[in-house]
Design a protein around this ligand. Structure first.
Ligand code: FAD
Length: 461
């Protein structure tokens, strides 16, 4: 009887799970495992909501496996040791898992593969997290794209929906019965892995992800017109599910392709942006440390730590920036338009190195993806692929007027300004003083000129 172990990581679901499907196709009996890796967990705050999100998503998987007469194996430790050990204990011939192309994951998986092969266990990996990856979308000259629009055209041109969006349904009747797992089961409460319980801002698990998709689909046709308004709740809120795989990426593409509206096309293009940035990271891994555009590599950003702290605290005196940063500190979430505004403000108004903002986002974002976060920050700082031109600088006041016209979002997150009358986007000094709201920390028009000078000098060098 052939046995397999399926190691879930960023595919925390049972529906349309490719690695699990391939495991159940290949073997007669399959066990499912998740490993909490201290190398990833140790640097995090003890109440990290992403760990809670993962933990709660695993609880749901465990419940579903129990309904099938099996159970989820959970371990806390180094996967390079634990996966081969579990494979031995289970007498598994094969270990299945889905690709993870982040640099740390690639290194880990190379070591896991070596250790498994050394003991005669096969390590089989499959694409799941992305529809296209790494070298699957290349320019006519065979090189990776550096600009989104031709990338997305090539991505779409090469598409074979039946193959690329195929659904992978695991045969759950092949799961190892709990009687065979009993000696391998360990307790795994959130405290046992060293964290404290904290409810994530978005509900965790596959069922919640499906509900988010169901809520979004009736709005997809107006996505294009509404997506930029933070108070409108017009986007899908599925980025965290894509991050942890509580929903299948292919399912989202299937849904986007099933519709012909402009809104659906726009949403599809956003899903492709995610694939684009993943490819940029895979093909140009130097972006993790430095700028994609080498002329900015040695740029010295003059912004001080004090400015960085003011930005983080949401005390810049620019209401839309402060509202976004306070929302982020409390929820770990920020709307895309606001991410662009605050990233532009940190780099072009406060002249602080984008890497500091990138690291702060990485430490808190519920949907943190190395590739998209890095791509978003380098775009905003004008140092990355297909970046915002350095001379086109967001005016936070005009952005606020355009995208939060009524001040709904500002009022929600900056309580000092809730009751004021007059221009909420740029309150007068008198109104600020009376409301107990801080003055503007810098003058946007002055800083804009400084940013252009800084970035133009470098782009010519
Ligand atoms: C500075 C900065 C940092 C960012 N960091 C991240 C991050 O760590 N993780 C992350 O998933 N997204 C990141 N984004 C992209 C974007 O802000 C989020 O994907 C989006 O806000 C998630 O909301 P949603 O799921 O409702 O998106 P929707 O508008 O419903 O879009 C659907 C999906 O498309 C993808 N997508 C949308 N916009 C982008 C984009 N600009 N780049 C890449 N993918 C996109 C996401 O997977 C998203 O879930 C960042 C953007 C910026 C400007």
């Amino acid at each position: 009887m052939k046995r397999a172990l399926c190691w879930i990581r960023r595919d925390l679901r049972l529906t349309d799970n490719r690695a699990l499907c391939e495991a159940t196709e290949s073997a007669d009996a399959v066990a499912v495992v998740f490993i909490f890796d201290p190398e990833i967990l140790d640097p995090l705050d003890r109440d990290d909501t992403r760990v809670n999100f993962i933990h709660q998503s695993l609880r749901e998987i465990d419940e579903k496996l129990k309904q099938q007469g099996s159970q989820l194996l959970v371990r806390h430790g180094n996967p390079v040791e634990l996966i081969p050990q579990l494979a031995r204990e289970l007498m598994a011939d094969e270990v299945f898992t889905a690709h993870d192309l982040e640099p740390g994951a690639l290194k880990r998986d190379r070591s896991v593969r070596e250790a498994l092969l050394a003991q005669g266990t096969q390590f089989k990996t499959c694409k799941d997290h992305l529809v296209r990856q790494k070298t699957e979308v290349l320019s006519q000259s065979g090189t990776p794209f550096k600009v989104y629009t031709p990338y997305s055209k090539a991505w779409k041109a090469a598409l074979i929906p039946a193959k690329d969006f195929a659904e992978y349904t695991p045969d759950l009747s092949k799961l190892l019965p709990v009687s065979e797992l009993t000696s391998l089961l360990r307790p795994w409460s959130i405290e046992e892995i060293g964290f404290v319980a904290k409810q994530p801002w978005l509900a965790a698990g596959e069922t919640a992800a499906k509900a988010r998709l169901a809520t979004f689909l009736p709005k997809i046709d107006v996505y294009g017109e509404m997506r930029d308004f933070p108070a409108a709740e017009a986007t899908s809120y599925l980025s965290v599910d894509l991050r942890f795989g509580t929903i299948s990426n292919r399912e989202l593409f299937r849904q986007a392709y099933a519709k012909t509206s402009k809104g659906a096309e726009k949403w599809l293009n956003e899903l492709i942006w995610r694939e684009f940035y993943a490819d940029v990271l895979a093909n140009f891994p130097h972006v993790v440390e430095g700028t994609f555009n080498s002329s900015y590599q040695d740029l010295e950003w003059p912004g001080t730590d004090e400015m960085f702290e003011i930005w983080k605290a949401g005390q810049t005196g620019y209401p839309i920036v402060d509202a976004a940063m306070r929302c982020f500190a409390e929820t770990g979430w920020m709307h895309n338009r606001l991410r662009m505004i605050v990233a532009s403000f940190l780099t072009k108004d406060l002249l602080v190195d984008y890497r500091k903002g990138e690291a702060y986002f990485a430490s808190k974002l519920l949907d943190f993806e190395l590739a998209s976060n890095n791509g978003g920050w380098q775009w905003a700082a004008s140092v990355g692929v297909d970046a915002q031109p350095y001379f086109r600088i967001f005016n936070p006041y005009l952005q606020s007027v355009k995208f939060d016209a009524e001040g709904t979002f500002i009022r929600e997150w900056v309580p000092e300004l809730r009751g004021i009358s007059g221009d909420i986007h740029k309150p007068s000094p008198e109104v600020r003083a009376k409301a107990g709201y801080v003055p503007e920390v810098v003058d946007h028009m002055v800083q804009k000129e400084l940013a252009i000078k800084l970035l133009s000098k470098q782009s010519e060098s």
